[in-house]
Design a protein around this ligand. Sequence first.
Ligand code: ZN
Length: 79
Amino acid sequence: MAEEHRQPAEQEIVIPRGLCRRCVRLVSRRVSDVPGVVSLRVDAALGLLHVWGDAAPAALLEALRSAGFSRHRCGDVRR
Ligand SMILES: [Zn+2]
């Protein structure tokens, strides 16, 4: 009885704010390898990762964790 949507579902995941470009690229690469990910966008300023597709949230978090971004700050961030 589930409604079928043509548009892929969007998921929003919190990542550390202010990641440098290198980290953004790493995050993008890791997350795009997760099965079911159609597209993604990293908003480094807000610290949000938008993912479209039917990837399992746990798999996305695991990809981030394996890249070192679960609770981690970018080592290049200076405050
Ligand atoms: Zn970095």
